[in-house]
Design a protein. Structure first.
Length: 319
């Protein structure tokens, strides 16, 4: 390959990367007015953030590029699943149906409804990394991670606003396309807690905006909900951190999308207790073997020989 060809490929590779990154950043919908409580957000444990989203949306920090790519991939996966369902012969309808709860200013968009045995079922599509996909097998499993826990609030409100007692999560493994479905029964107690949260957020928003209009900065600040205890996972990359707790110093995270590494970490954590047990028992074995006149021993079906300070044990038939 001559130098001209190499320069051409390097040039277009750079241009493709730059143009795609620019496009992803242009798709950031964060810096848009937000006048409602979004059902997809009300599962957030930080009410202060929910108020900021409505009163200070224009001050939000842009999403990092890697997060925008994750959002983009999730949207792409959702479209693929929808097409696959249609190609498989399922009847789907009301895609991205707008729903609301006017009394508390809650809005949302249901992914779709799917017909089965004469009944239309609410279905929410979520794509996941292989590790998270393998870890989530029940409604309780969604509570393992802060971001998946928010899915429960989202679908709970969708079901309440659609008057649907049962819904379905359709989960997709981003790596191999594997699908699993998890049924979700409407939890009325949880739904009530989300409605009360929306009521508190509405009150805080009204008080904050009224104080702002009156140029009363003290009342504007006091209208905000109490800060949650600072947690890196919740607060570190929050787009309103500079407003809420600017003096907190933290070490941000780099996101590694390496499925094999995720599986290795999961396996290491899985066998860690076994390793501790192995070390304890092995120490007991060595203590019992050591201090004997003969370094060549047989214990039942096991042959034990000592070389220097090391015991070697193998399972061998004797005779």
């Amino acid at each position: 390959m001559d130098s001209t060809t190499t320069e051409t490929t390097q040039s277009i590779a750079s241009e493709i990367s730059q143009r795609l990154d620019t496009y992803y950043q242009s798709e950031d919908k964060g810096l848009m007015p937000c006048h409602t409580n979004r059902a997809s957000s009300l599962g957030d444990p930080c009410e202060r953030r929910l108020v900021y989203q409505r009163t200070d949306w224009d001050k939000a920090k842009p999403w990092p590029l890697h997060v925008l790519k994750i959002f983009r991939e999730g949207n792409n996966q959702e479209r693929v699943v929808l097409l696959d369902l249609l190609d498989a012969g399922f009847e789907v309808s009301q895609m991205q149906k707008a729903i609301d709860y006017p009394n508390l200013n809650i809005t949302g968009h249901v992914d779709l409804f799917i017909r089965w045995k004469g009944q239309m079922l609410l279905l929410e599509i979520k794509s996941m990394s292989p590790f998270i996909f393998d870890a989530v097998n029940s409604i309780q499993d969604f509570k393992k991670y802060s971001w998946t826990a928010k899915y429960l609030g989202q679908v709970c409100l969708y079901m309440l606003m659609s008057n649907e007692p049962i819904g379905l999560f359709l989960l997709k493994n981003k790596s191999n396309g594997e699908i699993k479905l998890i049924e979700f029964e409407l939890d009325y107690e949880y739904a009530e807690s989300l409605l009360k949260k929306a009521e508190r957020v509405n009150a805080a928003v009204d008080a904050r905006l009224s104080a702002r209009k009156a140029i009363d900065s003290a009342s504007e600040e006091s209208a905000l909900p109490t800060r949650i205890t600072y947690k890196e996972q919740e607060c570190g990359d929050c787009r309103f951190k500079h407003l809420c707790c600017p003096d907190e110093h933290y070490q941000g995270f780099d996101f590694l999308d390496i499925p094999t590494l995720e599986k290795s970490i999961a396996r290491a954590l899985e066998i860690k207790p076994t390793q501790a047990e192995y070390n304890k028992i092995w120490d007991e074995v060595k203590a019992n073997l050591s201090g004997r006149k003969n370094d060549n021993l047989i214990v039942g079906k096991y042959v034990c020989t000592k070389s220097g300070n090391r015991w070697n044990i193998s399972e061998t038939k004797v005779g």
